[in-house]
Design a protein around this ligand. Structure first.
Ligand code: FES
Length: 179
């Protein structure tokens, strides 16, 4: 019995791995490098020249970080849970240089796959089990149990330092908007 469980565990693991690889491949085609500086667990991102509604990906402590300069109209197309609220009004967005950004860890809160962003639909769809998030990282469709996670950050002019909990991050935490 335990052999059988091992076998199914391996098959499931391989399947999830393939899903993650597929997601990485699909996302790689649309990723754009971002000017960034890395040092001792901190990653500094320069957000001054980002295009709206385009997915940028960075790496911080081995995790993918997803960044979107959220457009004023970021209503998701066909949100399955009926949440068609404009993601631009979401309190989890980070304002830098007068623009609003979504900055999240790019691992689905269900089982850790990397969600793909569909700019024309203004939402993420997770390739593993179909979970969906809006452009602010809020859940539109289960199974993800919670929004995409906001990493500790500090705003420094038009730059953001990942790994340092600045006052803006602490405010979100006090409001219960970050894990
Ligand atoms: S890992 Fe994303 S929906 Fe399951």
């Amino acid at each position: 019995m335990s052999d059988r469980r091992d076998f199914f565990g391996k098959v499931l693991g391989a399947y999830a791995g393939l899903g993650a690889l597929g997601a990485l491949y699909a996302a790689k085609r649309t990723w754009d490098p971002l000017p960034s500086v890395k040092a001792a667990g901190f990653t500094t991102l320069d957000l001054s020249n980002l295009e709206e509604n385009k997915l940028y990906v960075e790496k911080w402590r081995g995790k993918p970080i997803l960044i979107i300069k959220v457009p004023k109209d970021a209503k998701p197309d066909g949100a399955p849970n009926g949440n068609n609220e404009n993601a631009y009004d979401d309190k989890r967005l980070i304002t830098v240089g007068g623009h609003k950004f979504m900055i999240v860890v790019g691992l689905c809160t269900h089982l850790g796959c990397i969600p793909d962003y569909f700019p024309e639909k203004k939402k993420f769809i997770c390739p593993c089990h179909g979970g969906q998030f809006n452009a602010a990282g809020e859940v539109l469709k289960a199974p993800p149990p919670s929004p995409l996670v906001i990493p500790p950050f500090k705003i420094d002019g038009t730059k953001v330092v990942l790994g340092e909990a600045g006052p803006e991050y602490k405010k979100l935490k006090e409001a219960g908007l970050v894990a």
